[in-house]
Design a protein around this ligand. Structure first.
Ligand SMILES: [Zn+2]
Length: 248
């Protein structure tokens, strides 16, 4: 049963036929792990905390720099020099004190991921490098936890959902391969704030859809910040995938 305060606070969700009271209860009961606390994670975490997700766990070993403030909208100038995961969690606590918040002020490793994923419903990969993405994917495949992957560079964004609860779901490696790839860094190539913010916002949307049991398309969505056009590419599980092909 929702309290009167909760009914008021989440009334715009409850008005939605596809969310309603049942969906809001699912959000209260959900646990989401966000990898990274940068330009994707900032809007994603703000929307998920606002939505009343029960538990948010945010992991990032990075320290906030002045050059991050152009796009990482959850932070304030006074946060510069702080650990990003801890600073973001402090802002989320001010937004919604009923969310159980945990900051992990370190870069993730396989052991830590495996431990956390026992108790997580959805993972948002908001990291900025291929090695972390591959590690997070492997952990999500092993634990059968849905993964919402976002990326952005310059004027371009990418979004994909891997619903690894399903036997026939593709994983990140089915789509992108599992070999080494040279990372394009925002610190070298540049990134426009609203582009990365759009992708992070849509990661939150897909997480809410997964938690509420709404259908999620198995498509790679590509956003062009010049034309505002989207491309949608289908993909499938690769039976020979070295990450998910052998384990299923
Ligand atoms: Zn795979």
């Amino acid at each position: 049963m929702l309290s009167d305060d909760q009914l008021l606070r989440y009334s715009r969700h409850i008005l939605l036929d596809d969310i309603d009271l049942a969906g809001q209860e699912k959000l209260f009961a959900a646990s989401v792990l966000i990898i990274g606390a940068g330009g994707l994670a900032n809007p994603a975490a703000l929307y998920l905390a606002g939505a009343g997700v029960g538990r948010l766990l945010i992991a990032d070993g990075d320290t906030l720099e002045v050059s991050n403030l152009q796009r990482q909208i959850g932070f304030r100038q006074s946060d510069v020099g702080s650990n990003k995961a801890q600073a973001l969690v402090a802002q989320l606590a001010a937004l919604n004190d009923s969310v159980q918040l945990q900051a992990h002020p370190q870069f993730v490793d396989q052991h830590w991921l495996a431990e956390q994923l026992h108790d997580v419903d959805v993972v948002l990969d908001c990291s900025d490098n291929f090695a972390t993405r591959a590690m997070v994917n492997g952990a999500c495949v092993a634990a059968r936890v849905p993964l919402v992957s976002g990326a952005a560079i310059r004027f371009s964004g990418q979004l994909a959902v891997f619903d690894l609860r399903r036997d026939d779901a593709a994983c990140y490696a089915c789509l992108y391969g599992s070999g080494e790839s040279r990372d394009e860094l925002c610190s070298e190539s540049g990134i426009l704030g609203p582009v990365v913010g759009t992708m992070g916002t849509l990661q939150a949307l897909q997480a809410i859809r997964l938690i509420c049991g709404l259908p999620v398309a198995e498509k790679l969505q590509l956003f062009d910040g010049h034309t505002l056009e989207w491309k949608s590419l289908g993909f499938r599980k690769d039976p020979a995938c070295p990450v998910c092909g052998l384990q299923r």
